[in-house]
Design a protein around this ligand. Structure first.
Ligand code: DC
Length: 237
């Protein structure tokens, strides 16, 4: 290992339980939790604040966002004034607490669209790598094991059946007081899966050297226990 402490990556589709598991694993290890989805969500929010919400909505359609709009989105990503607090649980955009706002389903859809723009992804690579520079990080996302941290010491791919993922997401949203319907959330999850997996740059994919865990029949505790087993076996190898 080249770093004093490892980088652990957890990739997978929306609603597989990545956030709960990544936070819990980071707490158990005393590592920093890096929520890369929150970064894309914050870009979507910052862009909407600047009147680019519609440009994002058009971005995956022909004729799509214009080159000038893409350049503005890229600039927003490159200069993103994002701050993480409370072990990565709270997110600030230019000082404003946006932790709740970025979780809204429409921000998730726009995050998925903005994340398909290569210029935006490139602009965010540096930010993610700076946060993880010293190691001791659990990074969660769609491409953290494949593109952002290809040399991560331990990689996981966490997945679950689409209906299980939709039911979990509805539970999360309702807990936060946001009304949600399973059929609608399932349709959104399927749309996001398709977009995240088919985009040309850094699509959602299982890293070749990842350990895959299907969480359909497992609770978060069991998934974290399985990950800790893998980490221990790697340390002893
Ligand atoms: O994990 P999440 O639902 O918060 O992510 C929101 C969107 O951001 C997701 O639809 C795809 C995108 N994303 C990405 O493209 N790459 C990442 N590493 C993380 C998220």
């Amino acid at each position: 290992m080249s770093r004093p402490r490892p980088i652990v990556t957890i990739d997978g589709p929306a609603g597989a339980g990545k956030s709960t598991v990544s936070r819990a694993l980071a707490d158990r290890l005393g590592f920093v939790y890096l929520d890369t989805g929150a970064i894309y969500r914050t870009v979507a929010l910052a862009a909407d604040d600047e009147g680019l919400g519609e440009a994002i909505d058009r971005s995956d359609l022909a004729p799509g966002a214009s080159p000038a709009e893409i350049a503005r989105l890229e600039a927003i990503a490159a200069g993103l004034a994002i701050g993480f607090e409370d072990g990565g649980r709270r997110v600030r955009l230019a000082g404003r607490d946006v932790s709740a706002e970025i979780r809204r389903p429409e921000v998730g859809q726009r995050a998925s669209k903005v994340s398909a723009i290569p210029e935006v992804r490139r602009a965010l690579l540096d930010l993610q790598r700076r946060i993880a520079a010293g190691g001791g990080v659990v990074a969660e996302g769609r491409d953290v094991g494949t593109v952002v941290f290809p040399d991560a010491e331990v990689k996981f791919f966490l997945t679950a059946a689409p209906l299980v993922r939709a039911e979990r997401r509805v539970g999360d949203l309702r807990e936060r007081g946001i009304p949600a319907d399973v059929d609608q959330v399932l349709a959104e999850i399927e749309a996001r899966d398709a977009r995240d997996s088919k985009r040309a740059v850094a699509p959602l994919a299982c890293p070749v050297d990842a350990v895959t865990i299907d969480s359909s029949g497992l609770d978060a505790h069991a998934v974290v226990a399985r990950m800790e087993e893998v980490l221990t076996s790697r340390k002893n190898a």
